[in-house]
Ligand binder design. Sequence first.
Ligand code: ZN
Ligand code: ZN
Length: 166
Amino acid sequence: MPPQWGIVLEATCPCCNSEMRPQGDVVEGHMHYCGSCMGILASDRWLNSNMRQTNLRNLRKSVFDGQPAGYRCPTCQGEMVKGLVTTAQRDSIEVDGCLKCGSLWFDNKEIEPFIPDIREKASLPDDANPILPAISGGMTIAKSVISGLFDAVGSLSGRIDGDSEE
Ligand SMILES: [Zn+2]
Ligand SMILES: [Zn+2]
């Protein structure tokens, strides 16, 4: 076993250039979480420990069949490629992966469809950060829930207005 085995360095977020601290352990593998843009760089080992094998296989297939992503892996400097992955909810998500070490990069919350309990698994902070960029798969879901709520409220208040005018 080489002496450095198990030592995981900080990495720079490919999205916003923030420093990302490693989380995880030697047994389960490591992942890097960006506290600024909430992106996640998950190592091959971590993915094997935390993601269902069927999910992971589909994910890898789509990503590693993809095109050059135009940047280097934050942890090993390998070439990153990107591919579109379809989730169980039929959303298309772009995921990047490193050809050398097999790490996968997920933008803001895009890992959630694949690992719904990612927050507990990785002990991430609760989602209460208002300064997030508004572009993400997660926001789309939130928006559709909110617009559904507005529709319900709208039809209610429409009824009330109608009553009061009579
Ligand atoms: Zn970032
Ligand atoms: Zn790599």
